[in-house]
Design a protein around this ligand. Structure first.
Ligand SMILES: [Zn+2]
Ligand SMILES: [Zn+2]
Length: 247
């Protein structure tokens, strides 16, 4: 086993709020330069750029974990991660059915581009992505688990779009796999204590929307290899696995 540098929350130019620089070559070459072993591609309510990033990642030797940042009915963001493109596509199909049938306003929210592995713009996605789905938090976690994925409550130290901002705690009986902190905000000691008392471990991810928002490794997983089962074990400190964050 060894420590792998993980950044489990990154946006591509498909997220309307992300910069045009979030194309496969720029993101992956920079991540590689920083020494990141695995990146999770987590666009808002979509995974349509995951395949291209996976292909480019194979070329460059950066592992891509397919994922999505889901926005629930309560406007809480949840990082959903899977092992395979097949699972992720199934998940995306389900999520698309839970989106309101509205079109994106690119003047207001920004453009939503699907790219190929060579950074060429393939097409614009015209559904409105930056909106809550009709999934409740509980139902979303259950549905992701049914597909053998994991759910991590995103940026719980932020007020906006976070479980903490919404509820101020992790509801008992919500079987999340972990929580996420941002690299920049000061840790709230009370919050840290509550999270530990609930039995949760945390990761730190860059949530980058611009290439230079990708941070040098903040979070390591001590595991045999990088896959969902191993990350799950590391989040539970099982069988010698663990997560180590810089702070
Ligand atoms: Zn978010
Ligand atoms: Zn995000």
């Amino acid at each position: 086993m060894r420590e792998w540098a993980l950044d489990l929350h990154i946006h591509t130019l498909l997220s309307p709020c992300a910069d045009d620089s979030m194309i496969p070559s720029v993101v992956l070459e920079y991540a590689k330069e920083l020494g990141i072993d695995a990146l999770a591609i987590t666009d808002h309510n979509t995974s349509e750029n995951v395949a291209s990033f996976m292909e480019k990642g194979k070329e460059l030797g950066v592992k891509i974990i397919p994922g999505m940042e889901l926005q629930t009915q309560e406007d809480v963001h949840i990082i959903c991660l899977f092992d395979t493109l097949r699972q992720t596509n199934l998940w995306q199909e389900i999520v698309y059915k839970k989106l309101p049938p509205l079109k994106n306003s690119k003047e207001y929210f920004g453009e939503q581009w699907i790219v190929n592995k060579d950074d060429e713009l393939v097409r614009e996605l015209d559904k409105l992505l930056l909106v809550g789905t009709s999934f409740t938090i509980e139902d979303a976690v259950e549905a992701v688990h049914e597909l053998k994925g994991i759910c991590i409550a995103a940026h719980v130290d932020k007020q906006a779009f976070s479980l903490w901002g919404h509820l101020g705690y992790i509801p008992p009986g919500l079987f999340l796999d972990g929580v996420e902190f941002t690299p920049f905000l000061p840790r709230n000691v009370k919050q840290l204590e509550q999270i530990k008392n609930e039995g949760y471990n945390y990761i730190v991810s860059s949530d980058a929307h611009h290439w230079d928002g990708i941070q040098a490794p903040q979070c390591y997983g001590y595991m045999e290899e990088i896959n969902i089962e191993e990350i799950k074990k590391a989040l539970r400190n099982e069988e010698g696995r663990y997560i180590r964050t810089l702070r």
